[in-house]
Design a protein. Structure first.
Length: 173
């Protein structure tokens, strides 16, 4: 739990584009962690993707899961066009749509902010010798369960302290 709390600090204090903080975090444990694993299994069955079941086992075998999300549908004001629109105003006016997993379109700078927050949190866990792995599929289930309601994109980082990493030494699919 101490490592997870420090990971949240790392995500919060990670650099943000334009100094605007649209990152959201939460620690998931016990019953909520089981619910997250159940939803991952459901998605795997619906989509016939075995990796969801494998990652659900990882979630259940973990002590905790840290969720980090971003409100990616906000404009930053740089007018870079990476979102596919000529201006941030045009991006902001466009209808935001639920995709299969997340809500889009997303501002590229908000995506970068999410990546930096994830990297900072993961590095903190590593510095504390806590095994972890950033997982897209956890975020997919967390989004469906509305675990970070303000976030349009979510990723999960499960945490474990066992004799070997359960996230990298696992069955191949």
């Amino acid at each position: 739990m101490n490592a997870a709390r420090l990971m949240l600090v790392s995500a919060r204090t990670a650099p943000k584009s334009g100094g605007v903080d649209d990152i959201f975090t939460v620690i998931v444990s016990e019953a909520e962690k089981e619910r997250l694993g159940d939803e991952m299994e459901n998605i795997g069955k619906e989509r016939q993707i075995a990796a969801f079941q494998r990652d659900a086992r990882n979630v259940r075998d973990s002590a905790l899961v840290v969720l980090i999300g971003v409100k990616g549908n906000k404009k930053l004001g740089f007018n870079c066009g990476a979102c596919g629109y000529v201006s941030c105003d045009e991006f902001e006016k466009t209808e935001k749509k639920d995709g299969q997993d997340f809500v889009g379109p997303t501002c590229v700078f908000k995506s970068l902010d999410l990546g930096i927050a994830l990297g900072s949190a993961s590095k903190t866990a590593s510095m504390l010798n806590v095994d972890n792995r950033i997982m897209y599929r956890i975020g997919t289930a967390a989004k469906r369960l509305n675990m970070l309601p303000e976030s349009t994109v979510i990723m999960g980082i499960p945490l474990s302290a066992k004799g070997k990493s359960i996230y990298f030494d696992r069955p191949k699919l």
